[in-house]
Write a protein that binds this ligand. Sequence first.
Ligand SMILES: [Zn+2]
Length: 559
Amino acid sequence: MRIPTATTQHYLHSIIVGERLKKNEFCRDYVEFLATYIQADKRPYSFEQHRPLLEIAQRLPQLREVWVLKGAQVGLSTLAVGWCLYLALTKGYSVGYALPTKVFARRFLKTRFKGVIAGNALLKEAVRTTENVGLMTVAAAGRDGRPGTSHLYMLGMENITDAISIPLDALAFDEVDVLNQENMAWADDRIAASDFRQKLYFSVGMNPGLGMDAGYQATSQRVWVVRCPACGKDGQVLEELFPECVRRVGGAWERTCVGCGKPLAVQESGRWLARHPDRDVEGYRVPQLIIPGVSLDYIMGRWEQARRRRSLLAKFRSSTLALPDAGERQRITADILARVLDVYPVQVTAEWSVGGADVGDTCHVAFADFQGGQPDSQRLRFIRLETVPSDRMVPQLSDLITAMGCRCFVIDAKPFRTEARRLARLHPDVVVLQYFKGQAFGISTETHDGHTYRTVSEQREDSLDAYCDLFDPERRGVLFPRYLGGGDFLDSEVAAHHLKGSQKVETLDARLGKNVPRFRKALENHYLMACNNARKALVLLAGGQGPGGAGVLPVFGGL
Ligand SMILES: [Zn+2]
């Protein structure tokens, strides 16, 4: 193996495993290994109060990639700590254990790993932990090159571009909710040379459609389903039925059947069911509700506080129910989207529409017409949502503008300004180039090479806020088709881009010198941006700036 360089030493801690022991002194079976060597709360690890985790533990040796979307404190970290030690001790594998930051990693090594190791004499003899600059020892051991030495690295993911280039056999990601493309590529590179190549992701998800949640959504999506022994009602997924599935029975909280109200034996009468059994990557969702090791009194106590406050409710849903919820940071949620759907056909031609395009390697295009009438029933109704490859964007967008009877079309001026201008020359009365800049909504022109182009500019935050305001449940200022591309709208890319793109994160505002919530950047939000451009097109039209004029929109305002 390669030796970590001086510059990488700050980012990892190491545990050296198995120096003096032959591999086969430890149990070969992982579940047996856990029960024999691993302690949790000063007792041998047991599945008695964590039975849903047993199947995960039994299948781990066969899985190449697994995502566990979990509630807090369901016992998975201990399972994973045990797994990493097992791989290093019995298989001779090098393993990385990744946590959000290096401070977090250092603390985790000191508490969790060392706690587990100290609890067993054989582990204590076999595993040497080195902290802080303990890496000198790692290097020495590596040069020595004795067989039977394997390594376990604690990694802080906040600075992954500077992180190690050591080849690994397996990587475990703990509490790493937001994993960006860079992290993913890094992980794949680290394990590429191994024949085992395992990636294990387990975390609470706080960001719908991103990181852990996105990873889990792409898997087999196993959920724990319970069958009522009294009435036979099957398929009860407790986290989705909460709070109806918990009641007081004889003074104590019990999980109860939503059919007959009788208590449920969550472990004995439950099983894992894959919602997408055809997918290669396995995923499990482990809410606190299915783990009797987490007390219902504790869960219901938190629920009492959470039900009154949106911010606490989001936290409760994410960390107790394992249903990621960004709370007020999420402008458009799946619930909100479900309320702006209606059954109507998508259209390939139209008499009248406005349109918008988000431009990248693939252009995302949205056309909408308008449901007018009383001010409180005015809606932007999306009738066509398409993608167009950027190398054919000018002719294809031009055809779409014509077919859809488009009166105003707002397109990003960047990154393909030449193409956007060419489209504007084909439809000079329709196409407007869009910039995110300035403060207020501004309409202007720009001249290049003898041609004049109409432009619209708006501050990014205000613009996206104005679009998200249209989704307010009271207002329902937008409509989307319930069925799109042969499937449910909520499963579509259009919906996914709205969920991802409408999230805010705390961002440092250099001018104000403090953190303020801002819409996330650099993520898959293309349809949200395209639809927002269609909104701007309608604003331009309503202001009489386009050839359609204000007369097309008899009553209009506020978009
Ligand atoms: Zn029942």
